[in-house]
Design a protein around this ligand. Structure first.
Ligand SMILES: [Zn+2]
Length: 320
């Protein structure tokens, strides 16, 4: 059985987790017999699929894939940037994204990480890169991920949080949004990401949840099985951008890995790091738990690229 088939099966067994929300895209599930993560880790990372050249400039542009699904991560590589000429700038729809130098690939090499928003329109989109007066455009085919949907029957009174809770939720959303918006111009990760917990996946990214037949939420992270008290590790180098206790995600850590790349650790029991602390890959950041709105203990792991919640599996498969 393939990893994908096993993941599908695990979703089928997923059970509804606790409280349910109208305003935010937040909900988690736990499953009985999760798929192992081992196979997924061994999948080969994608390499440049196509190269675009700008005549007369020496600039080239390559994407890590020519077609992706919504929620995916694309690596954008630019080569031939003249020394001392600054960094290229990227654009995808309304999103502008910065590039970082990659000395290991040569003095003229730059890369950027691009996240495709979940629910992005299907069809050919354009990745635009500008440097000096030159502009390069690479086509990127966006396909529908066809994330599975679950219909859950719940007490209608639990679909909407109380007014008092809503005030807190709105306040916390503003704080988190500001953390997401900050861009650190320093690449703190080196190589692909690890899983933060060596465990089984109990709910994949992307599952759409319908409550009493109404679309209500989107699973914007990856759930990893973890008993209360399971050590959680930094999957890559970064700095702690946020530590706090939030209504939905409970005790939460947000790590900033630089250039718009961030990871979130939710429902933690204990947090062992402080805001501003620099962490190397493998640093123990705390113990997983069941805080916030959950049905049971697990680690909800989210991957952010320029404010977009993308598939955390792509941090493992695509980033380098
Ligand atoms: Zn989750």
């Amino acid at each position: 059985m393939t990893v994908r088939q096993r993941l599908k099966r695990s979703e089928m067994r997923a059970v509804f987790c606790g409280a349910v929300l109208a305003l935010t895209a937040w909900s988690c599930t736990t499953a009985e017999k999760p798929a192992a993560t081992g196979d997924a880790v061994s999948e080969p990372r994608k390499v440049a699929a196509m190269e675009i050249r700008a005549e007369g400039t020496g600039l080239t542009l390559a994407l890590s894939a020519q077609e992706v699904v919504d929620g995916a991560v694309v690596l954008v590589a630019v080569d031939g940037v003249p020394p001392g000429g600054g960094s290229p700038r990227g654009q995808f729809g309304e999103v502008e994204f910065p590039f970082y130098p990659v000395p290991a690939r040569g003095p003229r090499a730059f890369e950027a990480v691009l996240g495709i928003p979940p629910g992005h329109a299907t069809g050919v989109a354009q990745v635009i890169v500008r440097h000096g007066g030159a502009e390069l455009t690479a086509p990127l085919l966006i396909k529908d991920a066809q994330y599975p949907a679950e219909n859950l029957k719940v007490d209608p009174r639990k679909v909407n949080p109380r007014k008092k809770d809503m005030i807190r939720i709105v306040r916390e959303q503003k704080i988190v949004r500001e953390v997401y918006e900050a861009v650190l111009a320093e690449k703190l990760w080196d190589g692909p990401f690890d899983y933060p917990v060596k465990s089984a996946i109990t709910s994949i990214y992307g599952t759409r949840r319908l409550f009493n037949g109404e679309p209500r939420s989107f699973h914007a992270g990856l759930d990893l099985r973890a008993m209360v008290g399971t050590p959680v590790y930094a999957p890559a180098g970064g700095v702690v951008a946020f530590v706090g206790d939030l209504f939905f995600t409970g005790r939460t850590i947000i790590m900033d890995h630089g250039y718009g790349v961030k990871t979130v650790y939710a429902h933690m029991d204990k947090i062992a790091v402080k805001k501003g602390q620099r962490l190397a890959r493998g640093h123990a950041i705390g113990l997983s738990g069941a805080t916030g709105r959950v049905s049971g203990p697990h680690l909800h792991w989210m991957a952010i690229v320029h404010k977009t919640k993308v598939n955390p599996m792509d941090f493992i498969k695509v980033l380098r």
